[in-house]
Design a protein around this ligand. Structure first.
Ligand SMILES: Cc1ncc(COP(=O)(O)O)c(C=O)c1O
Length: 397
């Protein structure tokens, strides 16, 4: 047997995917899958038409940083948050995921560290591992709405290896929205300590009160920030695998171009659909917001009927972090997937531990994704309530 790298051995199985095998083993049960951020929302018709209308005779490689038409369309779209943005400031990537890997690769040498308000999008750990970097968590709490940590808290985690700060705004799994004043404070902090800002804005258009600020809006952040965007959520096109890395800093963009050259280019077919997406009118975004607001409200309403549960009302994205009256939500999630059912139905939830570097900090939390229609979400909340009753009853036996 060949020996494998310590890095590959250190990769944990995705907390979100862990329950898949248990669910697959019960084909007779109909599951409400609120554990992953895969919406059931139809992808906009103009995108599907662009895919069907792609009539090239040869499926060619495209340029490393994306086709000019797609970079131009993205620069125009993101220009709503920043003037002086041209195609040279945009690289097209294979999902927001690849943009994040490139951002981490640009920021870090092996052994370097990236600060991340915790809980955070669990795949940041995998992206950091890919480039040999380390995520250093800065804890936030459900009690204060998962607000951006204070400078003192951020400072306490700085070491000589710290190179960047990464955060999602709006947050996954927290639903927290950072306003402009937060990004200005963070920019000043990063300026003081010579750090890069990696602003993951894949949920930017999904918010329920004040809009999140974009790092592109902060003039002082221009030379030290990377903005990540994606087709996956706002345009319900997770399978398109198309995202963007945007920076005003042309040195960063040159490095990203070189990284992109090594994997040749992002898919031209997907870029044709992205161009169609970026040309949609403002009603697409208001409809998307209204759709998720209705879903979040339905889920909150259902959760409100469960005794002992506390929840932070999200300000954006489409997730809810929920505190349950159980000691170990991973065991509870397994119980729901493996044992529990009511009238042939059950629910799949994401245990909170997967969103923490030390999973014990999320032991009483689960994350729910409002990715189903409101009626289905009400039933999912009902199943959660019944599941909790059955679980606590079982444990008392
Ligand atoms: C916060 C956050 N960033 C990035 C991604 C990756 O998105 P993509 O599908 O564009 O790779 C996700 C996906 O769920 C996410 O929630």
């Amino acid at each position: 047997m060949p020996s494998l790298s310590a890095r590959s051995a250190s990769l944990n199985e995705s907390a979100i995917r862990k329950l898949d095998a248990l669910v697959a083993a019960r084909p007779q049960i109909s599951f409400y899958r609120v554990n992953i951020g895969q919406p059931d929302v139809a992808t906009p018709a103009p995108m599907l038409e662009a895919l069907r209308g792609f009539q090239e005779e040869v499926l060619r490689y495209g340029p490393a940083s994306g086709l000019p038409a797609c970079r131009k369309a993205a620069a125009r779209y993101h220009g709503a948050w920043s003037d002086a943005l041209g195609p040279e400031h945009v690289a097209v990537t294979t999902g927001g995921s690849e943009a994040l890997i490139y951002a981490f690769a640009v920021a870090c040498d092996p052994g370097d560290e990236i600060l991340a308000p915790e809980p955070f999008y669990t795949n940041y750990l995998g992206f950091a591992c890919t480039v040999g970097a380390k995520i250093v968590p800065v804890r936030t709490s459900i009690q204060d709405g998962f607000a951006l940590p204070s400078n003192a808290k951020l400072e306490a985690q700085l070491t000589s290896r710290t190179r960047a700060v990464v955060f999602a705004n709006p947050g996954n799994p927290t639903g927290a929205v950072y306003p402009r004043s937060d990004l200005e404070r963070l920019t000043a902090f990063c300026e003081k300590h010579g750090l890069l800002i990696i602003s993951d804005e894949v949920y930017r258009r999904i918010f329920f009160g004040n809009a999140p600020a974009s790092i592109l809006e902060i003039p002082k952040a221009r030379q030290r920030s990377i903005c990540v965007d994606s087709m996956s959520k706002t345009w319900s096109a997770c399978g398109l695998r198309l995202g963007f890395l945007i920076s005003h800093n042309l040195k960063i963009m040159k490095a990203v171009e070189r990284l992109g050259q090594s994997r040749l280019g992002p898919q031209p077919l997907a870029q044709a659909a992205a161009v169609a997406a970026l040309e949609l009118g403002p009603e697409h975004y208001s409809q998307t917001r209204a759709l998720y607001k209705e879903r979040i409200d339905a889920l909150l309403e259902g959760l409100g009927e469960i005794p002992g549960v506390s929840v932070h009302r999200p300000e954006g994205a489409f997730y809810l972090m929920v505190k349950l009256p159980v000691d170990d939500t991973e065991a509870f999630a397994r119980f729901l997937a493996h044992e529990f059912s009511h009238q042939g139905e059950s629910i799949v939830v994401a245990p909170g531990g997967g969103f923490y570097t030390d999973p014990s900090h999320g032991k009483q939390l689960i994350r729910l994704a409002a990715v189903l229609e409101p009626e289905k979400l009400r039933r999912a909340a009902d199943l959660l309530k019944l599941g909790l009753q059955a679980y606590t009853h079982d444990q008392a036996d």
